[in-house]
Design a protein. Structure first.
Length: 309
């Protein structure tokens, strides 16, 4: 058999050379375009579920939030393993599927199971699926710091400018900002004033929830044309919140400003970040499983340089 191959090659030199050239060109093209990663992704398809349960202790999160989700997913199609973590106010559930299950199909299976148990979860707890990312997905940490910029302005810049630019890059799964001050509207209730008004904290919560809404009043027919009627109730400033009617006492409206102080301040921090000992915001960039680490890193570095200029 080997002699026949040798004889055929000797008598058909041009054909053999042509085949060799074609194979060389194809091999070179494949090598140049071959995705390169630090480590091969040998992990099974995995779906991550985030469960925020504000104010709950880890034991409550495990028993009331994580356990029902784990129980529902253990018997799902193609599920190989279900693992979870419970912390203060947060539960994480990791669902691993068989290698034959496509990641999009896996996410659909998880979504269907979560919908079936939504009513059994505590009020205010809504399961959220994490983005499709690789287990070895963190490719870069980007630090944002400045001597003359406040932590709040740094976090705002990171959230609404840098993060949005990085997410627009093909292959980036998620960008997680860490550190800085997250700004929010804060309603600081005065208990003596609240007691004197005859209202409760629940009254304040309901008033805030109902006031921060845009509603529609159908259409108004004017000379043959329809005009949309809308009630613009979205809150845009501290004064808007202060003027919300929280309730009534002796037919007199009681405003939020009469029972609480309203301000625009930083959210309570449970972590921080620094660069060279200075306060900063760190952005963790994670890639999608199919993205090339080298190519994606180059694109992220290019985007960072554009933002710096």
């Amino acid at each position: 058999m080997l002699n026949r191959i040798i004889n055929f090659s000797l008598h058909n030199r041009l054909l053999v050379m042509a085949i060799a050239v074609i194979l060389m060109i194809g091999g070179t093209y494949t090598a140049v375009n071959l995705p390169v990663d630090v480590l091969p992704d040998l992990n099974r398809p995995r779906v991550t579920i985030f469960l925020e349960a504000g104010g709950m202790a880890p034991e409550e999160v495990e028993a009331l939030v994580v356990y029902p989700v784990e129980t529902a997913l253990n018997g799902a199609t193609g599920v190989e393993a279900v693992r979870s973590n419970a912390a203060i106010g947060l539960g994480l559930v990791f669902v691993e599927f068989d290698y034959s299950i496509d990641i999009l199909k896996a996410r659909q299976i998880v979504s269907e199971k979560l919908q079936s148990i939504q009513s059994s979860l505590p009020p205010g707890v809504t399961p959220v699926l994490g983005p499709i990312s690789s287990v070895m997905g963190q490719i870069m940490l980007i630090g944002v710091s400045a001597d003359s910029t406040s932590p709040a302005d740094l976090r705002t810049l990171a959230d609404y400018t840098i993060r949005q630019r990085l997410l627009s890059i093909k292959g980036v799964a998620q960008v997680i900002p860490i550190g800085g001050d997250v700004l929010q509207y804060q309603v600081l209730i005065s208990l003596p004033k609240l007691k004197a008004s005859g209202l409760s904290i629940r009254n304040i919560e309901e008033a805030l929830q109902k006031s921060n809404l845009n509603t529609t009043g159908n259409f108004f027919n004017r000379q043959g044309s329809e005009v949309l009627i809308r009630n613009l109730g979205r809150l845009k400033s501290v004064s808007d919140i202060e003027n919300i009617v929280a309730g009534y006492k002796d037919n007199t409206p009681i405003l939020i400003s009469q029972v609480a102080d309203v301000k625009f301040g930083a959210k309570f921090k449970r972590g921080d970040a620094s660069v060279n000992g200075k306060p900063a915001v760190i952005l963790s960039v994670e890639k999608q499983p199919s993205a090339s680490t080298i190519d994606l890193t180059a694109q992220v570095e290019k985007a960072v340089k554009e933002l710096q200029s």
